[in-house]
Design a protein around this ligand. Sequence first.
Ligand code: UDP
Length: 253
Amino acid sequence: MTEVTEPLPRYRRVLLKMSGEALMGDRGFGHDPSTLRRLAEEVQGVHAREVEQCLVIGGGNMVRGEQYAANGIERTTGDYMGMLATVINALAVQSVLEQTGLQTRVLSAIPMAAVCEPYIRRRAIRHMEKGRVVICAGGTGNPFFTTDTAAALRAAELGCDVLLKGTKVDGVYSADPMRDPDAVRFERLSYHEVLARDLKVMDAPAISLARESAIPIIVFSLRSPGALIRVLHGDGPHTMITEEAPRTKEARP
Ligand code: UDP
């Protein structure tokens, strides 16, 4: 029991970026109910440790603007479709979070009065102060951006102490670990190294924004049960991206 309520000394307010893919488990599209429930329990576990949380939800499990553009839909239209997909995902996440007893609010960068609140910075902060989990939908509200950039933007303007980037793999690798057996995971990287080596972890605007606001980024696997709590304690496999990368050590998982 002590383990469940032990406070996390490192962080007061965190931003968790959940990609659309994280919601679909092993399916090829949409949502996997058991994955959604597990993620909800993990978020609840962080809340129980008195950490304020803001989630930024992706939409790649349903629509990616770029792919639609390749199939003859205008790029900007595809991007707006992608942003709408994030709202659908945010509602699914809200529903499962509330089943764990959490109070939540969905705030969308694209106003959608019938289903959620508009994104207003001061309101988002107030919700978190009241113990509600804020779920940011609609990305940045602009085409040609990604929800990674939205995550960095919200982390900066909402005063988050860290940006947690949950992915399919447990950190940033020197090559694609699914294809290259020699790929190694970095324990720490600087923002500069990520940009200079063009490491495919988040897009460049997201990294630059985090760098400007000195928000550390932790890349970890959302597929691994309990990983969210572990990385908040500084444990478990992950890659930490900060201004300085004191150890340039690469570690095998
Ligand atoms: N999108 C956008 N502007 C934003 C955020 C997202 O146009 O600020 C669109 C874009 O088409 C993107 C899609 O929404 O492909 C889904 O978002 P993203 O790919 O970031 O989702 P994730 O990969 O995190 O699931």
